[in-house]
Write a protein that binds this ligand. Sequence first.
Ligand SMILES: C[C@H](O)[C@@H](O)[C@@H](O)[C@H](O)C(=O)O
Ligand SMILES: [Mg+2]
Length: 454
Amino acid sequence: MAKPTKITGVDIKDIRFPTSLGKHGSDAMHGDPDYSCGYVIISTDTGLQGHGLTFTLGRGTHIVCAAIKPLTRILLDWKLSAIYDDFAGFWREITNEQQLRWLGPEKGVMHLATAAIVNALWDLWAKIEGKPVWKLLVDMEPEKIISLIDFRYIEDALSKEEALEILRNNQAGKAEREKEIRTNGYPAYTTSAGWLGYSNDEIKQRLATAKANGFSRFKFKVGSDLQDDIRRLEIVRKELGPDTTIMVDANQKWGVDEAIEWMGHLVKYNLLWIEEPTSPDDVLGHAAIAKALEPYGCGVATGECCQNRVMFKQFLQAKGLQFCQIDSCRLGGVNEIIAVLLMAKKFNVPVCPHAGGVGLCEMVQHLSIFDYISISATLESRMTESADHLFEHFVNPVVMKNGCYTAPLAPGYSTELSPASIADYTYPEGNEWQRLFKEGEFVPLDVDEFHLKQ
Ligand SMILES: C[C@H](O)[C@@H](O)[C@@H](O)[C@H](O)C(=O)O
Ligand SMILES: [Mg+2]
């Protein structure tokens, strides 16, 4: 089949799932999250399409979609081959659009918008090459991988030469690691039993299902009420026994001293990490918490709201994290993620990606597999998050086996939503939303309507 040469159009869709109805995804800071995404479809001259998304919540999707729109002009200015020949150059242009960079730069809504587009370009590239994204990356020459990254702002911590050396050193053994992953999959943990809004019974029932599905590592939300955290961790330890690996996540709830104090009451439950104990921007605060909790064997994990590679650089330099949680949409897509994977390797910090939401599991499985085969070369202390609430909406859904992600084999980045799900969950006109409005389960309250009501 002829390869596409030109992008002929870009569609943007506001897709939302009413996950708040079941309290899925609830945590100490987000009581009623509706898992949502800004969804981008890139069309080309051969009819081949790339699908990309950026994860967000509910009403925020409206704003993210508005931010994606002006960036698509850049996409239409570039020939496809030029993007893939000079991806770092394209990435620098999209993150530095002259009148939009003031809104970031390289952070917040603009960066989420960048991710949707860059993720769609990766899906398209992998489809053009007939490979899943992880395999496209694994088969790339080290020099080509380096050419994908904008090294501006990180070269003081990781030079191009050092990055190249990491990739070259790992060329040996790649074939065996690929074989191993194809056989066993990539290790995961589950958050599906851990949301804050679940009752005791729901926690127990979900733990039983997760165990039956082969999971042996679990994450739970904490941070709203200390006595409630203790109650839930008591149930969890009773159900799982004293040695099962468990982690907790406070979603930025505390100040630094408060985090240390609160965790002082929880460390007896033998916790591998506390995730996002405080503001995601407080590098030195995280380092202080990590130091205080080190004697208890509890590390600090963060990254799902870590704005860009520069912040990750500082977290690594300051020992502010012991587990690096890249997020496939918070960073500006695969290109910037590779920069962080390489820095984490240099600083000897395991990468345990953030996932769940909508589409995050689908993407990070590619990133973790690539990380193992080409960068980290070890599975020690590594595991990728999994939360299975929305898998069924994807054309090539994630397949978990024995608590591991099986290697996705379909060409692309696993980001294509099924046409039925798009028809049902496009906001506000989708069939499911119309039904929920009619039945009074949801009041349409979006940015425009909100403005009108005031
Ligand atoms: C609002 C979301 O569900 C978050 O709670 C979730 O991403 C969480 O922090 C996680 O680590 O999975
Ligand atoms: Mg988290």
